[in-house]
Design a protein around this ligand. Structure first.
Ligand SMILES: NC(=O)c1ccc[n+]([C@@H]2O[C@H](COP(=O)([O-])OP(=O)(O)OC[C@H]3O[C@@H](n4cnc5c(N)ncnc54)[C@H](O)[C@@H]3O)[C@@H](O)[C@H]2O)c1
Length: 255
């Protein structure tokens, strides 16, 4: 019998920021398809609890405390995954933050902070994987979390939008650069998704209404809405897909 193209048995995935929100849903979804999961999370209690919950649900998961803004921490998280699972085949660069502030009042410190997490953090994850995969002469799958805000305007989020635009370009450029090595690089572009990150915006009736007005499907996403795209991009179903930003945004960027 042919292998199910979405099957992830015998693969291992490292997911950054997997302790809650979108990262947690994606990590669990990959695990339920058979992948071993490295929960690479900065908040130890959150990461440990997540890995324990996954194991209880039958997913082979391990937590490793990881700060994606520190390249050494990302490198050792990858090595931890190799040690535990024999290899890391899939890297999901999910950890990120948003901040809604009028651009003219954005502070220097906040600008540095969001760029370090959303751009350096993603690049460190991509580089750690590619370095090792190229040296080992093997391919792999990188999935970055971009956003609708990486391709269209999102007022009050200028630095955030800039970081997500950077993620789109890291995705496309490295997809082409690393294609000869069999490394695929794709991104997911979520629309507004109900997570702790968006609680303040979605809790405010006016900004919630504004988000819904921009979403043809007429609802915000749940983290589980992102899982199918992640399984597709992590599995052999997407073996001929690279440099793609898969929008999972309820139609926001199509309108
Ligand atoms: N929620 C949305 O509406 C939405 C929309 C578009 C894109 N995204 C993107 O999806 C990703 C996940 O968003 P979310 O809403 O689930 O966020 P979240 O804030 O709910 O979860 C982020 C997780 O990352 C962890 N984290 C933070 N800094 C870290 C670091 N330095 N190292 C490792 N882990 C760290 C946090 O502890 C947390 O567990 C982000 O990149 C975000 O920009 C989210």
């Amino acid at each position: 019998m042919n292998r199910d193209p979405f099957d992830l048995t015998d693969r291992a995935a490292l997911v950054t920021g997997a302790g809650r929100g979108i990262g947690r849903a994606i990590a669990r979804g990959l695990g339920e398809r058979g992948a071993g999961v490295v929960v690479a999370e900065i908040e130890s209690a959150r990461g440990e609890r997540t890995a324990a919950d996954f194991c209880e649900a039958g997913v082979d998961a391990r937590f490793v405390r990881t700060d994606v803004t520190d390249s050494a921490s990302v490198e050792s998280a990858f090595d931890f995954g190799v040690e535990r699972f024999g290899a890391v085949d899939i890297v999901v660069n999910n950890a990120g933050m948003s901040q809604r502030t009028p651009a003219e009042t954005y502070s220097d410190e906040d600008l540095d902070r969001i760029i370090r997490l959303n751009v350096h953090g993603v690049f460190y994850g991509m580089r750690a994987a590619a370095r090792r995969w190229i040296a080992a002469k093997r391919g792999g799958k990188i999935i970055n979390l971009a956003s609708f805000a990486g391709v269209v305007a999102d007022p009050l989020s200028a630095p955030y939008a800039a970081t997500k635009g950077a993620v789109v370009q890291l995705t496309k450029t490295c997809a082409v650069e690393w294609a000869p090595h069999g490394i695929q690089v794709n991104a997911i572009g979520p629309g507004y998704t109900r997570t702790p990150m968006t609680e303040p915006a979605l809790g405010d009736p006016a900004s919630r209404a504004a988000a819904l007005a921009k979403t043809p499907l007429g609802r915000v996403a749940e983290p589980e809405d992102l899982v199918g795209a992640a399984i597709f991009l992590a599995s052999s179903a997407s073996d001929y897909v690279t440099g793609h930003v898969l929008m999972v945004d309820g139609g926001w960027t199509a309108a």
